[in-house]
Structure formats: C-alpha cells, structure tokens
Design a protein around this ligand. Structure first.
Ligand SMILES: O=C(O)[C@H](O)[C@@H](O)[C@H](O)[C@H](O)COP(=O)(O)O
Length: 287
C-alpha cells in the first residue's frame, strides 16, 4: 500500500512480517510521513477493519482513545465516504480511558469523540445510542473507583460469553470484557497508554477497570481500562505522532512483549493484542 511507505515492519518476534495476522503478540510498525497522513490512514484502516469483521461476525466492538491523534483519526473517519458501507447498528463503541469530568465537559474524551464523529454516527448513520458506552464521570458517580466499577459491570454485560464469541478463548485471569476487535490507544511522551502511567498503581490493577488519581497529565482523576482488559483485545493499535514520542516508542518496541519491568517504565510496552499489535506512527515518532 502506498499509504504505508516507508513501511518498516518491526516485530519483537523473529520471522513475522507485515502481512501476518495470526501470530499472538506480534508487533508491527507502520510509518506515515506526517500526522495528517497518519490520521487519514488510521481512519481508512479502521473503517476497513470494521467492514472486514462485519463480513464474518457481529457485533463489532471498537475501543476509542482520547488524545490528539486519536481524535483527529475520528474526524477523518467522519469525512470518509466509506462511512455508509458500515452497518453501524452492529457496532459498539467503548473508551480505553476517560478524564473524570462532568458530562459535556470539553476535556472529556467522550465529548471530543462525540463532536468529531460519534454524534454524527448516531444522528445520521444508524448507530444506536445504546451502542455508545462512555465511561461514567462525576455527573453519574461519586469517584473514579465508582466509575471504574460501573464500567466494569457494563463491559461484563457484553463479555465474550454473553455475545457468543468463539473466536478468542479467554485466558485464566482475563476480566469479563468483550473481545474488542480494535482497541485504539494514544501514547504520551512518558510512554503512558489509556490512563496507565509509569510507576502508577494502575499498571498492576486487576479486573477490567481502575480508578486513577494523581495523573501527571491533567486532569488528575481518571478511569482507565487495565492491562488485562487491553490485552483481551484481538487487535491493539497504538497511534502516535511527534518527536517527543520517539524515545518511548523505541523503548516499548525494544522490549519483549509485556515484560513486567519494562511496563513499569514504559506502559506502552504492555499494550499487546491477542492477534495483532499495530504501531501507527508518523516519521517523527518513529525516529
Ligand atoms: O485521556 C487521554 O489523554 C488519553 O486517552 C491519553 O492516553 C492519550 O491518548 C495520550 O496521552 C496521547 O495523547 P496525545 O496524542 O494528545 O499526545
């Protein structure tokens, strides 16, 4: 694909190539020339992935991310003519993390995603509002922990057993979550993904979700999926742009998948999908 040039497949497991899709934990890197092309290509890739999945099963579960590239990707999805090819009534949207702020706050990841894409999908493309699963904030619950518990319960309603999903066998210890088809993550300059920050307790939290306090990225209170929930996804896609991300991207990609010590320093090292892990970078982040 010309959009992928200069694609540089990189994997922590010997022998994998960009075309392989079934090697658990294989991490592949695709480099795009700049953040605009990165967002456009990630949007096209996401729509194509949803269409591919819909040809073999339904519903499709997609996890959205906050952050600059993540929201820019959603805005590019909203502009695509492929929008009309998707059966949005069979798509569920989740979030990987949320800033613990009131409903409608412009800094909520939900608000930004709704503005960029989700509201239009509901209004014009048949996405049922009931298929939109935002993480609760202070408008609904009293603390990040309560929000995390409520979201874990919502995830459990759609867990693999409940949706008859035979494609992905749960490991012992996998929390009750859907087998997410695509889980999007941004990455911070410190290597955080979702709201799992270096050295924070949330890195080792069990269960599907965790309440976060003292986030170095404002606001300090958040709700996040845990690594166990992230790693239940079929595909994890990390989207990152900018030279300030390069060191942590290199550090994460230089580790063996999920090495505990590495995850403590570079949480992105632990973000691995069951079937595939894609790192979608711009040239600066890949430098
Ligand atoms: O709530 C958030 O802020 C996020 O979900 C967070 O994990 C984000 O994705 C990264 O910090 C990357 O954000 P940028 O792309 O803006 O650097």
């Amino acid at each position: 694909m010309s959009e992928d040039a200069p694609a540089a497949p990189v994997t922590s497991r010997a022998g994998a190539s960009a075309g392989e899709d079934a090697r658990p934990g294989a991490r592949l890197v695709v480099v795009h020339p700049d953040p605009a092309v990165l967002a456009e290509a990630a949007a096209a890739r996401l729509l194509t992935r949803i269409l591919d999945v819909q040809s073999v099963r339904s519903p499709v579960h997609v996890v959205l991310t906050g952050g600059t590239v993540g929201i820019r990707t959603l805005a590019r999805v909203a502009e695509s003519s492929l929008l009309a090819a998707v059966d949005w009534s069979g798509v569920h949207l989740w979030w990987g993390d949320e800033r613990f702020l009131p409903d409608g706050d412009p800094d909520r990841n939900e608000t930004q995603a709704r503005d960029a894409l989700v509201d239009a999908l509901v209004a014009e493309h048949g996405l049922p509002e009931g298929n939109v699963h935002p993480m609760p904030g202070p408008s609904a619950v009293g603390s990040p922990e309560e929000g995390a518990a409520a979201y874990a319960a919502e995830l459990a309603r759609f867990a693999a057993g409940g949706t008859g999903d035979p494609g992905v066998a749960a490991d012992a210890g996998t929390p009750a979550v859907p087998a997410f088809d695509v889980l999007l993550l941004g990455m911070g300059p410190d290597g955080h993904v979702a709201s799992l920050f270096p050295g924070h307790e949330g890195l080792t939290a069990s269960g599907a979700t965790v309440g976060v306090h003292g986030s170095p990225k404002p606001p300090p209170e958040r709700v996040s999926l845990t690594f166990d929930a992230i790693r239940a996804a079929r595909e994890v896609w990390i989207v990152a742009a900018g030279a300030e991300k390069a060191a942590q991207a290199a550090a994460a990609l230089g580790t063996t998948d999920g090495t505990p010590g590495a995850v403590a320093d570079v949480p992105a090292a632990g973000a691995v999908g069951r079937s595939r892990t894609l790192w979608l970078l711009d040239t600066a982040a890949a430098s």
